[in-house]
Design a binder for this molecule. Structure first.
Ligand code: ZN
Ligand code: ZN
Length: 628
């Protein structure tokens, strides 16, 4: 009988098992991998000595990664069988699925994808085990060289002396693992698209063909995801931006530079007015800084040293200037323009600040990633003892605003990156300030190591839209370095000079990006308070035009955003058009409405309301505004 060893299972449960027991034997059906003393391993691994063991469910984040990454191996097997001259490179999982990059002499076609998918289904049915083998680097290089897998050989050269290989059926890949126990555990998959890329992401290298796919633990998960993709396609803000005539991005003007058309500019103005009101209510002062500031100032702030690649520069009368990528500098100059007392603090400067950043052209995407954008930016200068209250107030502000738009959100704390300024002590203080505020409010959050700004750690808020997608919006950054660099001080109660703490924060983030997210979140059907056009007035015949004009003037005067449709067209046609434009209300005016001094509203959903007096309609619209 085998010697017994002791394993500690989750919940400190101890269990005695024979040495050499496979993890598989301890796992339940939903388990796809395990952890022995914290390191993730395949279920086929045996337990050789006392250890703590935990299991990874296919329904966890890590479980999804393992499932999808295993699916990438299966896809690569199918591709190699069908296209033997294709060479393997890398095949990782992603947040939503997986891909594998192949060196092949032409792009894969939709017909190819169908064949590959068919073969994948067969491999899944064969239920092939994923078998791990640990070998020396030399042996692995020899093996892949014989197979003609030159990219694997190149990659191996960067690796340590011992590597692991995985085989399912006749297919062999270099990989750390872990993987599913067998291919049969892939219950639902779909190949999605093909695109070109480069070896190691470098445009000077060989072009590769990337096949994207996704996999789920069950058919329902896959169906929901495909539905979400289809919805996202319909709601694409670039498509809706064109159809609703909100904005354009034109090559003539330059990539990543947004041109707001009247309706888009109205939407942005509504958001900006909302922001100004809410900031003033919360004790912020509105300020406005210049677009260009002297280069010397950017050197002093550390931007030149740490942020230069993203900045634009220009020369004016032999003096060098940087076009601002952030709004902090002018705000610090305002602070410095007077002697500040501890009684003056906190000072909260708010600016709808337009900035320019050089994003790579390949990374530009509609309104979501642009080169010129406006932030709802603020800098708070306060005493160190006020920091916690200020951070908490910002978190409350974010919460209020997210509720207005119907967004749920999550928080993350990002810590010191490699490229940064300031002392270790300052970073620790700043990180603690954010951490304490999050903990004090009892909020759940994730930690992103090394993802902070170059001048300080930050709290990032990710909102969740109607399709469950996450988008970065608010950030709160604590900074002790910038006040130091600009020698900002205040006179304390003791008559001495002290250093204020500084918070950089945005609530919506970049207006462009937020508008892009809003368009997709609402599918272009904005709530009444945001709709660039709130109502379209429609005449049934030309006879009602004078009355309709009078109503129109009245509505405009009352601040209702209204358009006229007095064309000599059928009413049904006018209604359909306004519905396509997603206008919240259509106000129909016929002889009866004129005689009774009313309008007959219809909602964009198609619901017809009873005829009402115009004052009642105005009250109806106003009742739909958010209260904060
Ligand atoms: Zn793998
Ligand atoms: Zn700033």
């Amino acid at each position: 009988m085998a010697e017994q060893i002791s394993v500690t299972l989750p919940g400190s449960v101890k269990k005695s098992i024979p040495r050499g027991t496979k993890l598989q034997e301890l796992a339940d059906e939903a388990t796809v991998a395990a952890q022995i003393n914290g390191s993730v391993v395949d279920l086929s691994q045996t337990i050789e000595k006392d250890a703590s063991v935990s299991f990874i469910s296919i329904n966890s984040k890590k479980g999804f990664e393992i499932l999808r990454h295993s699916a990438a191996h299966v896809m690569a097997q199918a591709v190699k069988e069908l296209f033997p001259t294709a060479k393997l490179t890398f095949g990782p999982s992603t947040d939503t699925g997986f891909y594998y990059d192949f060196d092949y002499d032409r792009p894969f076609t939709p017909q190819d994808l169908e064949m590959i998918a068919k073969r994948i289904s067969e491999i899944i049915k064969e239920d092939l085990p994923f078998v791990r083998r640990e070998v020396s680097k030399e042996e692995a290089i020899e093996t892949f060289r014989e197979m003609g897998e030159t990219y694997k050989v190149e990659h191996l050269e960067d690796l340590a002396d011992h590597v692991s290989l995985y085989r399912q059926g006749t297919f062999l890949d270099l990989c750390e693992g872990p993987h599913l126990p067998s291919t049969g555990r892939i219950k639902a998959f779909r190949l999605l698209s093909v695109s070109g890329t480069y070896w190691r992401g470098d445009a000077r290298n060989q072009v590769l063909q990337r096949i994207y796919g996704t996999a789920f633990p069950d058919a329902k998960g896959l169906e929901d995801y495909l539905y979400m993709l289809e919805e996202a396609r319909k709601r694409d803000h670039r498509k809706l931006g064109r159809e609703l005539d909100l904005f354009s991005l034109q090559d003539e003007a330059g990539p990543g530079l947004v041109i707001y058309h009247p309706k888009g500019a109205m939407l942005r103005t509504i958001l900006e007015d909302f922001e100004k009101r809410e900031h003033v209510k919360r004790g912020y002062q509105i300020v406005i800084g210049p677009q260009l500031l002297r280069l010397d100032l950017w050197k002093q702030s550390g931007h030149f040293e740490n942020y230069r690649e993203k900045m634009y520069f220009t020369k004016v009368e032999d003096a060098e200037y940087g076009i601002k990528p952030m709004n902090c500098l002018a705000h610090m100059l305002i602070y410095k323009s007077q002697i500040r007392s501890y009684r003056d603090l906190p000072l909260r400067y708010f600016e709808l600040g337009t900035v320019h950043r050089h994003e790579k052209s390949g990374e530009l995407h509609g309104l979501l990633r642009v080169r010129g954008f406006t932030q709802d930016d603020a800098h708070i200068l306060c005493r160190p003892d006020q920091l916690n209250d200020e951070i908490c107030a910002i978190i409350d502000f974010v919460d209020d605003v997210m509720k207005v738009f119907g967004f749920e959100y999550e928080m993350e704390l990002s810590t010191r990156p490699e490229k940064s300024i300031g002392s270790a002590e300052d970073w620790e203080r700043a990180t603690q300030a954010l951490l304490q505020a999050l903990k004090g409010k009892g909020l759940a959050f994730d930690i992103n190591e090394g993802e902070g700004a170059f001048y300080g750690p930050k709290i990032d808020v990710k909102l969740k839209d109607a399709l469950g997608r996450k988008w970065q919006c608010a950030t709160i950054q604590a900074d002790f370095a910038m006040p130091e660099r600009f020698d900002l001080t205040y006179v304390g109660g003791d008559g001495e000079r002290h250093r204020p703490a500084m918070l950089h924060r945005v609530i919506l983030g970049a207006m462009e990006r937020f508008i892009g997210v809003l368009i997709e979140h609402y599918g272009g059907a904005f709530p009444v308070w945001l709709a660039p056009v709130q109502a379209v007035l429609m005449t049934v015949t030309d006879r009602q035009i004078p009355y309709a004009e009078k109503i129109c003037r009245h509505l405009i005067q009352k601040g209702i955003r209204v358009e006229r449709d007095f064309r000599n067209e059928k009413l049904g046609f006018k209604i359909r058009e306004a519905q396509l434009q997603k206008v919240p209300y259509m106000l129909v005016i016929g002889d009866r409405e004129e005689k009774e001094g009313t309008v007959s509203p219809r909602k964009r959903s198609g619901e017809a309301m009873k005829a009402i007096r115009i004052e009642d309609f105005i009250a109806q619209v106003e009742s739909e505004y958010p209260t904060l």
